[in-house]
Design a protein around this ligand. Structure first.
Ligand code: ATP
Ligand code: MG
Length: 629
């Protein structure tokens, strides 16, 4: 095809940069960004597309192992093909979506001043040993050996390698700040690869790493990335929320997850409908009741609860609200010697209201728990409580344990707990009167809908989300471990301040589908649809008029810069429509003999209940008016 023929007229007028048009005459992604020359070559092949020359491989049935709708639909629509557990072929139709996701990400990263590079998938273990992650990371890190027996890892992320590059390249504060990113294959040997591209083992991530001279500047770099992420997720056309996330040992508030809202999401997101508060479940603080503890009114009473070992069962048996019961969770921490052998174990009793759940991340931050914890063994429990699980409580202990009361439990009066005797509970328990005040009161539970918002602005609500991006301030964790320094203004070496920023490129389409589908298939937002529009001629082989009009409309859309495919396969209308509805192309134009006689064609947006008749002369304008990119 002659480049000049497909050059979009509008652009020839607007920009006089002929080399751009030569490379990328048509693609919709680049229609938005023609000034960014570096992106163009990737897309120039997407110009003209006829279905007969492409691969359309739809399936009636979803694979048996597909549990979620995105996995089912991506497979049925022929976007992906499984090769092994958590390992997929990105089929031509699926790759188009991934390329559009990448293009938007790349464009906004470049715009935000990040610099693209690529780091190897296979990385020498030495760098990973410098930070200790080679040993510390669990089996998620895929370790391999070469023919000489040397250790390597397949990158699950690239902090080590990028830090190694920067410690060699950056000598002076004058070269800072810098932000390097890549869009690259990752491998994580996930315990449960599932849901198709949602939790793959091999997947594509955009990972960026910022390097700054000090914390103030690092935080500014973080904010630039967080802003770029908002632009990226806005452009995808998805409903999402940026939520505060736990920043682990580093502390501070500089970690946010970008969550695509979907009922099927793996993560619980906490937000306040009347304020801007939003956090993930690990981070969201349960303030606890503001009113003081009530006065004791009941006598301490041992009550038979035969066979009732859960708070729910006990509450039902005694006909009291679940919120008057207290559950006992027994954990343990170990002290290790230099050989890693356990020299001492400490048993902990965590008390939570019967209707509340423990939050492991919050527990892991308790003083004394930082080194990790585990559930106590049966023998540890019997040793300290003289009773099997199901009837445990803080009274009548055989050996002392570390008691931690959740904030809500600490203000309870007249509560119910296990009696440390099988088939018995105790009612009317009161702090101070029946047992000492708790040694430690802390927030150790998951918030629930209706809890007070930590910003004091209303009540919390909970919805589900899919984590598609994560921005994180790292501080000097990696630069210290790898001795990555630069010379400051005073001529002295200083550790680089870092941040890291990920986007799940291949998870994103799956998340988009979880949010946007119906019983017929996928409904893509325009920005990431494999094709923005499809032209469906009916009886193209029988009717010259249909063929000519279909070609005319198809070419018209191409010229207008619309990413369009012409379905020239000669399928019957029912099968043809079913394919495109399954694949989820947002705009469809149908051309048939009958309509043409009246000068009409049909337009249907994937979200429209019915098609509408449009005059042939109006159709291009009609489609353009419905485009959102
Ligand atoms: P998750 O909690 O879902 O395992 P993560 O916290 O391990 O995610 P990060 O290390 O922050 O993820 O990686 C950045 C992004 O990469 C995530 O926000 C997610 O979109 C994507 N991602 C992580 N693991 C996978 C995977 N197994 N398959 C596909 N995408 C993934
Ligand atoms: Mg993970």
């Amino acid at each position: 095809q002659n480049d000049a023929d497909v050059r979009p007229k509008a652009f020839t007028v607007k920009h006089n940069q002929p080399q751009i048009f030569k490379l990328c005459p048509l693609c919709t992604v680049h229609r938005r960004s023609l000034l960014d020359v570096s992106l163009i070559p990737l897309f120039c092949e997407r110009a003209a597309m006829k279905a007969s020359q492409f691969l359309i491989s739809t399936l009636k049935e979803a694979p048996a192992d597909a549990e979620v709708v995105s996995h089912k639909l991506m497979t049925r629509a022929g976007l992906i093909k499984k090769l092994g557990a958590g390992i997929y072929n990105y089929m031509p139709m699926g790759l188009r979506v991934i390329r559009k996701v990448e293009a938007i990400v790349r464009e906004e990263m470049n715009r935000a001043g990040a610099i693209e590079m690529t780091m190897p998938v296979v990385q020498p273990a030495e760098l990973w040993q410098e930070t200790g992650r080679f040993d510390k990371m669990g089996p998620e890190l895929l370790r391999i050996k070469d023919r000489h027996g040397r250790d390597f890892v397949i990158q699950p992320t690239s902090e080590e390698v990028v830090t190694d590059v920067v410690r060699q390249e950056v000598r002076s504060y004058k070269q800072l700040p810098k932000n390097f990113y890549q869009i690259q294959t990752k491998f994580r040997d996930e315990r449960r690869p599932r849901f198709g591209l949602m939790r793959g083992r091999e997947f594509t991530m955009k990972d960026a790493y910022s390097f700054d001279r000090d914390m103030v500047s690092a935080k500014a770099s973080y904010q630039v990335m967080a802003g770029a992420y908002r632009k990226i997720f806005d452009r995808f056309g998805l409903t999402y929320r940026a939520v505060a996330a736990d920043s682990g040992a580093i502390g501070g508030d500089l970690s946010e997850e970008f969550q695509v809202i979907a009922a099927t999401g793996e993560d619980a997101i906490v937000y306040c409908p009347t304020s801007s508060y939003a956090a993930n479940m690990e981070k969201a603080e349960a303030l606890g009741p503001s009113q003081p503890r009530g006065v004791a009114t009941q006598a301490l009473t041992k009550t038979a609860t035969p066979g009732k070992s859960t708070c729910e069962d006990v509450a039902a048996l005694l006909n009291v609200p679940l919120s008057t019961t207290v559950k006992s969770l027994v954990l343990a921490t170990d002290t290790l010697d230099e050989q890693g052998e356990i020299v001492k174990s400490q048993v902990w009793l965590l008390l939570l209201r019967g209707d509340h759940d423990m939050n492991e991340v919050k527990v892991g931050k308790l003083p004394g728990m930082e080194g990790g914890f585990r559930f106590a063994t049966l023998s540890e429990i019997e040793d300290h409580f003289g009773c099997k699980p199901g009837y445990l409580g803080p009274l009548n202990l055989k050996k002392s344990v570390h008691v931690v009361a959740d904030r809500d439990v600490a203000v309870m009066a007249d509560w119910i707990c296990g009696a440390n005797e099988a088939d018995f509970h105790i009612t009317g328990v009161n702090w101070g009167r029946d047992l000492p005040e708790p040694a430690l009161v802390a927030d150790i539970r998951n918030v629930v809908a209706g809890d007070k918002s930590p910003d004091g602005q209303g009540e919390l609500a909970i919805e589900r989300g899919i984590e598609v991006g994560h921005v994180f301030y790292l501080g000097t964790k990696y630069s210290k471990a790898m001795n990555a320094t630069f010379l400051g203004e005073d001529g002295k070496p200083q550790f680089l301040e870092m941040g890291c920023y990920g986007i799940g490129i291949t998870r994103l389409p799956a998340a988009a589908i979880e949010q946007n589908h119906d019983e017929r298939g996928i409904i893509w937002p325009d920005a990431i649809a494999p094709f923005t529009a499809v032209v469906c001629p009916i009886g193209m082989d029988r009717s010259e008029a249909v063929k000519a009009e279909a070609e005319r409309i198809y070419n018209g859309l191409l010229e207008a810069g619309v990413d369009v495919i012409l379905d020239d396969r000669g399928e019957r209308p029912g099968a043809m429509f079913a394919d495109w509805e399954l694949i989820g192309v947002p705009h469809r134009i149908t051309i048939g003999d009958k309509g043409l006689k009246d000068g009409l064609v049909e337009y249907q947006h994937r979200r429209d209940a019915e098609s509408s008749k449009v005059a042939v002369a109006e159709i291009l304008a009609h489609v353009k008016a419905r485009l959102s990119v």
